[in-house]
Design a protein around this ligand. Structure first.
Ligand code: ADP
Ligand code: ZN
Ligand code: ZN
Length: 754
């Protein structure tokens, strides 16, 4: 309910999505004053013939935007039956309120754009010979080292009766069109074309081979479904290591929901949207499942939404935006790897898919259940599971076989003391040699690109920085220094501009240096590198992974990208080169992120039949996040971390809001920031903690100065109140032309420092 009553409402009509940009103004009749609110659905006369249409309120105001006598009047509320689209509009109003964006950008986030879908042709590849002949041909290719051909045939032979999409072959499998054509000309494979649109993965035969769930797995599914049948709508957290059978539990629950006439949304991080994962769902649900991802065109996305609305599908899988699929009878939302930071949007509205999913579950008629799953739950979720807000389930054993790897921590301070100046500790060198001698593979992982490779003067400490951004420049091959924020480049100088010393060097190893070092120490090893530089081109990420999977390289060097998703059975060694780099990041989630990364990275070793080992190199070997990750002990980590969060009142012990101020004129920005702080203090909200305004972690990007104010309070509503006060002050400044181009953004419970 709006607090004040307004004269006029700006509406978007019907949700003809092209018009989301153009609100129309209507007068609010007396009987609806104080009833009509942002997000309300109302009946209105529209166009020359005054035909009855529905409109959604995006803004309330007291000033007419044209001659008052020309403004038509709202007829009535239209909220008797909530259509799926109306629920989405309601959800966007909630996002607008809690995440601080305009209603229009919230609407754009939840409503897919209507675009004409042309006739689409999908091509598929299938075997054109019987399985035995194909297998002979495959072995022949292997013998002749025709790796691309072998890769394609291997994929086809995995399920000889099924087709694979053409794009999968040219993309993930990295097989050229010429190779496919030649195999087709030889009659080994056949290419089918279909000129109608089904789903982005193509046709898959359903099969009913069902796994019998273990009793732990069955209990979870039964409990969620029994609750649902008893009218209880809850949020559940499954804490279970990778391979403990969470996905099978999801599938079981979805089957039961679908048999009750309900639909399900499955959110997974974009990076985990692998062909294997999708196939598992397709085999179970066939045509009734569809996938949403960022590579779909606007038309395809719109078509998915239409199919959901019309009851053509029961299940959608995708990254956070799949949450906004307009199902008529949503019963279940699953969020796998719920701790992933990609569930938080980094653009306005900066919503978190978990919080938004829980809200959506409340809005749908009859309510929906929410199931979260993770091997390393976010502190938020585990905290809520501990205090009973969520129901907690644990799955403790790995069903994939393989044992947990041996983990050793190498103290880098000791290495230096005993004269080892290499970036590899002695134990890592030994194990790397071992792995290579035995024909196994290794992964070497470094925490972050930006921190590596910066250039400083060893005599006076001068660091080369970007003149436009307050960050250090990184050295790249070919003798240039690059700013990772704005792209500024300058040639490397070997002389310190400050003291003239010639002792100017790269400070720490990045992925390129590690690659070089491996090449130098182990000249026979074949090395692949995966980082932001090598994965810029479309499909290159998949290419590197599939090349490593088919053992075209012995060592994979990379950033955090390599620790996710894929299973490499032949990897026996994982080296984490500078485990503590992410601990230096200036934000309160640094330890949590470090723990998650290390646990995930360690979990990459020993997934096949050979036991694995992990070496964690660190300057802070006693840090709790490193010690507990080395033991794969989530609870030990949680206990330490939560006590620290409680002490400092960080989320989840309290809520936090970052007010981010961006200004061209530094002084004016400072003035305005101080004014914002005063406005919040003026509210006299009890127990509100206000920190700042202070310079942001990166004080300047692209010559824009950045400041931040942090607010902390146990009650989210208190922060929303502060935000609204800031909003109306900014509104006032804007109307009086005093904002001078200053931008202010809000971020609730931020995932990243600013
Ligand atoms: P998670 O999602 O926790 O990583 P999955 O559900 O993918 O785990 O299960 C890991 C592997 O174990 C999969 O290959 C899956 O088919 C298998 N699996 C899961 N549950 C069972 C079960 N009850 N019996 C046999 N195999 C199972
Ligand atoms: Zn110097
Ligand atoms: Zn820059």
């Amino acid at each position: 309910m709006p607090e004040k009553s307004y004269e006029y409402a700006n509406l978007i009509i019907d949700i003809s999505h092209e018009k989301v940009d153009r609100p129309f103004q209507y007068r609010i009749p007396d009987k609806l004053k104080g009833v009509v609110d942002v997000g309300s659905c109302v009946k209105i006369p529209f166009g020359k013939g005054n035909s009855m249409r529905k409109g959604y309120v995006v803004e309330l105001m007291n000033e007419p935007q044209c001659a008052p006598e020309k403004i038509k009047e709202i007829i009535d509320m239209a909220e008797d039956e909530l259509s799926p689209d109306q629920i989405m509009v309601k959800l966007s109003a909630w996002m607008h309120k809690y995440y601080g964006s305009t209603m229009i950008s919230a609407l754009r986030t939840v409503l897919p754009v209507r675009k004409k879908v042309g006739t689409l042709t999908h091509r598929y590849i299938r075997l054109f010979q019987d399985e035995r002949q194909a297998r002979d041909f495959y072995h022949n290719c292997v013998k002749k080292h025709q790796v691309a051909r072998a890769r394609l045939l291997e994929a086809l032979l995995e399920n000889p009766d099924e087709r694979i999409p053409y794009e999968l072959a040219t993309g993930k499998l990295n097989v050229t069109a010429a190779t496919i054509k030649s195999l087709s000309d030889q009659g080994i494979i056949k290419i089918d074309s279909e000129d109608y649109y089904r789903n982005p993965v193509g046709d898959v035969k359903k099969h009913d081979k069902t796994i019998t769930l273990s009793s732990e797995q069955q209990q979870i599914s039964d409990r969620v479904i029994a609750d649902f049948d008893n009218g209880i709508r809850d949020t559940y957290l499954i804490h279970g290591i990778t391979g403990s059978g969470k996905t099978e539990v999801y599938i079981d629950m979805i089957h039961k929901m679908v048999s009750r006439g309900k639909q399900a949304i499955v959110l997974i991080p974009e990076i985990a949207l692998t062909y294997q994962t999708l196939m598992r769902f397709y085999r179970h649900f066939g045509e009734r499942v569809s996938v949403m991802n960022s590579t779909l065109s606007a038309g395809e996305k719109y078509d998915q939404a239409r199919r959901a609305r019309e009851g053509d599908i029961d299940i959608i899988i995708g990254p956070r935006s799949a949450l906004f699929t307009p199902f008529p009878d949503l019963g279940l939302i699953i969020i796998d790897e719920e701790h992933e930071s990609s569930y938080k949007s980094e653009t306005m509205p900066k919503y978190h898919a978990r919080e938004t999913a829980i809200q959506l579950a409340k809005f749908v008629p009859g309510g929906a259940s929410v199931v979260l799953g993770s091997a390393t739950p976010s502190l938020e979720s585990y905290y809520r599971a501990q205090n009973g807000t969520y129901k907690l389930f644990e799955l403790n054993s790995r069903l994939t076989g393989g044992t947990l790897p041996d983990v050793e921590i190498a103290d880098l301070r000791d290495e230096l003391r005993s004269g080892n100046r290499s970036i590899f500790s002695r134990i890592l060198q030994e194990k790397l040699q071992d792995a290579l001698d035995n024909g196994h593979q290794a992964m070497l992982f470094i925490n972050r690109r930006g921190l590596a490779g910066f250039i400083s003067c060893r005599s006076c400490g001068y660091v080369f920085k970007c003149p436009h951004c307050d960050v250090s420049l990184s050295e790249h091959r070919g003798g240039t220094l690059i700013c990772h924020y704005c792209g500024y480049t300058q040639p490397v100088s070997r002389i310190c501009p400050e003291c003239g010393s010639k002792y100017v060097t790269a400070f720490r190893a990045g992925t390129q240096q590690i690659e070089k070092e491996v090449n130098k120490m182990f000249p026979k090893a074949r090395v692949l590198r995966m980082d932001a530089d090598t994965t810029k081109a479309k499909g290159s990420y998949e290419k590197i992974l599939s090349a490593f999977a088919s053992e075209e390289a012995d060592v994979l060097v990379g950033t955090q990208m390599i620790v996710k998703g894929h299973d490499f059975p032949n990897v026996t060694l994982v080296g984490i080169l500078a485990a503590d780099m992410s601990l230096y990041a200036a934000d309160y989630r640094a330890a949590e992120r470090t723990f998650q990364l290390l646990t995930q990275a360690a979990g990459r070793a020993g997934r096949g039949k050979f036991p694995g080992s992990v070496v964690i190199q660190s300057y802070q070997p006693d840090n709790y996040s490193i010690v507990s990750a080395s033991k794969q002990d989530y609870k030990a980590f949680y206990e330490e971390e939560i006590s620290y969060r409680k002490l400092l009142r960080y989320p989840p012990a309290a809520h936090m809001m970052a007010i981010q101020i961006m200004a061209k004129d530094e002084n004016y920005g400072k003035q305005l920031a101080a004014r914002l702080r005063a406005e919040i203090e003026f509210l006299k909200i009890e127990d509100m903690i206000i920190i700042g305004p202070a310079q942001a972690a990166i004080g300047k990007i692209n010559d824009i100065y950045r400041m931040v104010i942090y607010l902390k309070h146990e009650d989210l509503e208190a922060l929303v109140k502060a935000k609204e006060a800031v909003d109306s002050l900014l509104d006032y400044f804007d109307k009086n032309k005093k904002l001078n181009g200053i931008m202010v953004q809000f971020d609730f419970d931020p995932m990243q420092g600013f």
